[in-house]
Design a protein around this ligand. Structure first.
Ligand SMILES: [Zn+2]
Length: 227
């Protein structure tokens, strides 16, 4: 394998790292609120998310609690162990997790059904993952936001809560990332348009700016120039 196999520069390693973070986040949530049901938790282009069905809305305070528990789990250096089960045993193991049951039932007849176990927590998953939660830097992870998301993207199904997170191998990298997000927010046209009094946006038409007089002048000037 290439030299940078275990480097964050390697997109595969990065995804593996973030995906492992999603398991750590799910484990933290289950420790804090065992009644929360888990749906899916993939790595994405920047970080990861996990969709969950909770009987309450996650607040920023909850997110801080989850982060703190995640840091503990990283310190516990739990080994991630993969195992496979025949379908009937897989269904028995996940009997209290309705979303996992649905996922298992949807797997093709001949599918290998694999799980990953870390400490007391087990999740249905194809992998891959890091070999230990100790590989994750607890002080360089952050939960970013929580949005509503439909189960399987289907608006007729349950509305879940999607918690997004990001992590890096070093705290300085996390800080730099968070600063970049803040800067981007400041330059967001939706924010600038409002602050400069150029246009307003309404809930009813999120993609349709309503031009204010100052904005209209600017818009017409630009159109004249373009002509
Ligand atoms: Zn996984």
């Amino acid at each position: 394998m290439a030299e940078n196999e275990f480097s964050f520069e390697n997109p595969e390693y990065r995804k593996t790292y973030w995906h492992t973070c999603s398991h750590v986040m799910a484990q933290a949530v289950k420790r804090l609120w065992p009644e929360v049901k888990l749906a899916i938790g993939p790595a994405i282009d920047e970080g990861w998310y996990y969709d969950m069905d909770a009987p309450f809305a996650f607040t920023p305070e909850h997110m801080e609690q989850i982060e703190a528990e995640m840091r503990k789990i990283c310190k516990e250096k739990l080994k991630l162990e993969r195992f496979e089960l025949p379908r009937s045993e897989a269904l028995e193991l996940e009997k209290d997790e309705p979303y996992k049951i649905e996922l298992i039932n949807d797997l093709p007849e001949d599918a290998v059904i694999s799980f990953y176990k870390q400490g007391e927590f087990t999740d249905l998953c194809a992998g891959p993952h890091l070999d230990s939660t100790g590989r994750i830097k607890g002080n360089a992870l952050k939960l970013l936001s929580c949005n509503a998301a439909y189960w399987r993207g289907d608006s007729s199904r349950q509305t879940l809560q999607r918690i997004y997170g990001i992590a890096f191998p070093k705290k300085e990298e996390l800080d730099a990332y968070l600063q970049r997000i803040e800067e981007a927010k400041k330059r967001d046209h939706r924010k600038l348009g409002k602050e400069l009094g150029l246009f307003m946006l309404t809930e009813e038409g999120p993609g349709f700016p309503f031009w204010l007089p100052k904005g209209m002048v600017l818009k017409n000037t630009l159109i004249d120039y373009w002509r």
